[in-house]
Design a protein around this ligand. Structure first.
Ligand code: NAD
Length: 446
């Protein structure tokens, strides 16, 4: 099939590459010419395991190409995916300006019948608006091409995006016309060979499903974090409770890990956007508000614990941070809990030595002044940042941090104090090794 994907971010790039991998002819349109140049050379501007190898192979095979010219990208396309960003607007609702700008441009440039698919996360009713914008442009030019607009929200996770796209749990297709559903069924068939998991529904239900899914996952996290807060007061270990409840199949083991809060480009903005939608419809979104509030609180817990530990005096203390990206497997810093902690530590006058396998470059750019002033040191070595530290804080649970050489760490640190923001360590073992250990919702040990 001839495919065009508009937007070469996390979603667009993975979508374009994976469709090319399945034998489709794909053109990816990206407005940033520098990004287009990089991608055309086979350089991937984001950290996503497996993506670069696949992209290089598809470029070399001629199945995939990049352009900044929409007209060239859509020339032969039977299906056009819109995969541009939908960040939070000023009032928290989804900012659709990028999506609608693409729709306007499609209205100006399309000259053949095709299926346009919203892959971006967009509120209910957006497909109708996209169709209106396209059709207005077509009508102005007296262009009679018939365009169907469908919704196909994306569920990939950064860090395992290629794997998720190639082997999806399910694909949701929202389209009110059989012709559009048929095209998407054909396109996704190779990804779903052994299990028919393509769910067809109304466009509006598909649009809503994405928000409901993210809001539910965020709710699970905030729920367990609230339980952890109660456990901490009662001297109960949330880790034991997690295992206790996760073994119930109705609850399950996923997304019930207590920690220092969720971040990323999706949960925070999608929960916010859903709150605005509910308000707009006159519904009080009490659960969603509580999910947000708990997460905001959770992101401050590590700093509170550090401040308490140092009796309010962080000035001049050396704090080592492990993990800066919002989660393992990505270089994405959007809404990362590490940023809340970093800001607070720097403001309090602490010296921060931080390590991340993928995100140090982005952090260096964002905190250039602190790096310059020597208040923030960045490294890819977990041991280098532990050197001379008064406390070590695990913020993002990259695999590299799971089983470090703790005696070596203890030897490097000025004081063996460990704050575990993801509860990945064995508290007793660390206490035996001489560490003072603090987790989230766990009794203190050491
Ligand atoms: P992103 O910000 O990483 O990428 C968007 C890209 O689109 C950018 O490179 C930008 O330059 C480009 N762009 C913007 N306007 C354009 C235009 N008019 N023409 C061509 N290119 C244009 O965003 P993302 O993380 O890939 O997310 C895209 C959408 O997918 C969002 O709605 C997001 O909520 C949703 N989503 C994201 C994820 C995720 O894990 N990142 C997962 C599922 C869904």
């Amino acid at each position: 099939m001839q495919i065009c994907v508009i937007g070469a971010g996390y979603v667009g790039l993975v979508t374009a590459t994976c469709f090319a991998e399945m034998g489709n002819q794909v053109v990816c349109v990206e407005r940033d010419p520098q990004r287009v140049a990089m991608l055309s050379r086979g350089e991937v501007p984001i950290y996503e395991p497996g993506l670069e190898t696949m992209l290089k192979a598809q470029l070399a095979g001629g199945q995939l190409s990049f352009t900044s010219q929409l007209k060239a990208g859509i020339r032969r396309a039977e299906v056009i995916f819109i995969a541009v960003g939908t960040p939070s607007g000023e009032d928290g609702s989804a900012d659709l300006s990028h999506v609608l700008a693409v729709a306007d441009e499609l209205g100006e440039r399309l000259d053949h019948a095709c299926l346009v698919v919203d892959k971006s996360t967009v509120p209910v009713g957006t497909a109708e608006r996209v169709a209106q914008h396209i059709n207005a442009g077509l009508a102005r030019r007296e262009q009679r091409a018939r365009v169907i607009v469908a919704s196909n929200p994306e569920f990939l996770k950064e860090g395992s995006a290629v794997e998720d796209f190639m082997r999806p749990d399910r694909v949701i297709v929202g389209c009110d016309e059989e012709r559009g559903r048929e095209l998407l069924r054909r396109l996704y068939a190779p990804f779903l060979r052994n299990h028919e998991r393509l769910l067809c529904m109304s466009v509006r239900a598909a649009e809503f499903s994405k928000y409901a899914a993210n809001a539910f996952l965020a709710t699970k996290i905030s729920f367990i974090n609230e339980m952890a807060g109660i456990c901490a007061r009662l001297g109960v270990d949330i880790e034991e409770v997690r295992r206790g409840i996760g073994s119930d199949r109705r609850i399950g083991t996923h997304f019930i890990y207590a920690g220092c809060g969720y971040g990323g480009s999706c949960f925070p903005k999608d929960v916010k956007a859903l709150i605005r939608t509910a308000e707009h419809e006159g519904i009080e979104p009490g659960i969603l508000r509580a999910v947000e509030a708990r997460n905001a609180l959770q992101k401050t817990l590590l700093f509170q614990a550090l401040r308490e530990h140092f009796n309010g005096h962080l000035q001049g203390r050396v704090v080592a941070l492990w993990g800066l990206a919002f989660k393992p497997g990505t270089d994405d810093l959007r809404e990362a809990p590490s940023l809340v902690l970093l800001d607070a530590l720097l403001t309090a006058g602490a010296k921060v030595q931080a390590c991340d396998p993928a995100a140090t470059a982005a952090v260096a750019a964002r905190y250039a002044a602190a790096v310059e002033a020597g208040q923030l040191m960045l490294s890819e070595s977990p041991y280098a940042v532990a050197q001379g530290a008064d406390a070590l804080v695990l913020v993002t649970e990259w695999k590299q941090f799971r089983q470090p050489d703790f005696p070596r760490i203890r030897g490097a640190m000025r004081m063996p104090v460990l704050f575990d923001g993801r509860n990945i360590y064995d508290a007793d073992q660390l206490a035996e090794l001489g560490f003072l250990y603090r987790g989230i919702g766990r009794p203190a040990s050491g």
